[in-house]
Design a protein around this ligand. Structure first.
Ligand SMILES: Cc1cc2nc3c(=O)[nH]c(=O)nc-3n(C[C@H](O)[C@H](O)[C@H](O)COP(=O)(O)OP(=O)(O)OC[C@H]3O[C@@H](n4cnc5c(N)ncnc54)[C@H](O)[C@@H]3O)c2cc1C
Length: 409
């Protein structure tokens, strides 16, 4: 091999992208005995612009992967949330204490720990290799990434919002910029209630978007906000509102005197169009943000990334190497079953929260309900059960709404 020659590899599956979606896919496949090469353009540990909030869906998927919170140094278990309506009403909603229903885990640490778990499970992790090309033949796919040329049966594209794999197979949506746009910055030296409590602020000028402060250990928080693009938000307005938000009295009160903003703020789009985007292309399956799988009401997508990663792996395992049509059909059906009804429900609820009156009314109702009602609202908000589960009896199960959180044992 001369220095110019690519390193040639063969695997059952190539996973492009080592975020939660890619790691989940790779771990599931490797555990089932398939050979997997995972490529990522970044070298881990790498950061990802995110609120770092883990919903119950994400926690259940992590538990299923055999992941343990101890693998993340700055893991912060959340016991409840404080919601503030546009008119200033604050409601504290507790979460049940049997197991974990919500947690915060910095992506720098979480994603690295997942990649390490994948390595431990036998995945050939080749970080620092940028995906370049993909050639689909009758019975296999040839992928080039960095200095690698890999022959495989399937490609799972877990390469995020801008999915270069989607572009390579010509399945991109023209001019698509994502439904949400989010901005995030860490702060330290937090002495107010935000040091230990999760805050969600429904600000009148952001609706149905919202601002947040998510607690981390030692007086650090993840601060940020998200807005819907269809409401005409442009980059410069987003930047301007950030400075303004940080000077609002209720936000300053929550952070307390002496807090310091760390580093710089970062912004990134959030895709939420699982019902309209192609999920497969030949022997390629799209997962996570590359499948626009985030919750259209909240912009949360780690749980959906882990879930779609698992579903893609299960579809490939069920179909085997020689039946790509079966794999893609199973995957599309499963994604529809798990996420389509919830997406429609979230779209409807998002419209309620879009108005000042709707957001105010929703928080008033939650505030007026008893402890049981608030607890269950919190569980529903953190995706303990799928959003539209009430409308889809096929997904009802024993213990529905009575399940303990993750790692309850
Ligand atoms: C501001 C903000 C706040 C958010 N807050 C939350 C939250 O609190 N909770 C929540 O659940 N979700 C949140 N989300 C959404 C969440 O971040 C995403 O849904 C999630 O990261 C999707 O995971 P993924 O694995 O699909 O993609 P990613 O995490 O984006 O991973 C994609 C990977 O692909 C790699 N890649 C890209 N291009 C290439 C290439 N050419 N070659 C090789 N590799 C490549 C990247 O390096 C990356 O490692 C937030 C998003 C934003 C923007």
């Amino acid at each position: 091999m001369t220095p110019q020659d690519p390193e040639e590899l063969a695997a059952d599956v190539v996973v492009v992208g080592g975020g939660p979606a890619g790691s989940a896919t790779a771990i599931e496949l490797s555990r089932a005995g398939r050979s997997v090469v995972l490529v990522d353009k970044a070298v881990f540990p790498r950061d990802k612009c995110c609120g770092d909030g883990l919903t119950t869906l994400a926690l259940r998927e992590l538990e299923h992967l055999g992941f343990s919170p101890e693998q993340v140094t700055d893991w912060f278990r959340v016991d409840g949330a404080t919601l503030r309506s546009p008119s200033g009403r604050e409601v504290v909603i507790p979460l049940p204490d049997q197991g974990t229903y919500a947690a915060i885990a910095p992506r720098l640490q979480l994603d690295d720990a997942l990649v390490q778990l994948a390595r431990k499970e036998g995945v050939d992790v080749r970080d620092g290799n940028t995906f370049r090309t993909l050639d689909q033949l009758d019975d296999r796919v040839v992928v080039t990434a960095g200095d690698l040329e890999i022959e495989c049966r399937y490609v799972v594209a877990a390469d995020g919002m801008w999915s270069p794999v989607r572009k390579a197979v010509g399945a991109e949506l023209d001019g698509y910029l994502g439904e949400w746009h989010g901005m995030r910055q860490y702060a330290s030296g937090v002495t107010g209630p935000a040091a230990s409590r999760l805050f969600v602020w429904f600000e009148a000028d952001l609706l149905p978007g919202y601002a947040w402060s998510f607690p981390l250990p030692d007086g650090r928080v993840n601060l940020g906000f998200g807005v819907l693009r269809e409401q005409g938000w442009k980059g410069k307005d987003i930047k301007a509102v950030w400075a303004d938000l940080l000077s609002r009295p209720h936000i300053l009160d929550a952070l307390g005197a002496g807090h310091v903003l760390e580093d710089r703020h970062t912004a990134w789009p959030i895709p939420a169009r699982i019902d309209e985007i192609p999920l497969t292309a030949g022997r390629v399956l799209f997962v996570g943000d590359a499948a626009a799988a985030t919750d259209v009401m909240t912009g949360e997508g780690i749980g959906q990334a882990l879930l779609t990663g698992r579903l893609a792996a299960e579809a490939i395992l069920a179909a085997g190497a020689l039946q790509p049509d079966v794999a893609t059909t199973i995957y599309e059906d499963e994604v529809g079953y798990h996420l389509a009804a919830d997406h429609r429900m979230s779209l409807r609820l998002g419209r309620v929260l879009a108005s000042h009156r709707g957001a105010r009314g929703a928080i008033r109702i939650v505030g007026a309900s008893g402890v049981w009602g608030r607890r269950n609202f919190a569980r529903w908000m953190f995706e303990d059960e799928p959003r539209a589960v009430v409308l889809t009896p096929g997904r009802w199960h024993r213990g529905f709404l009575g399940r303990p959180g993750a790692w309850s044992a």
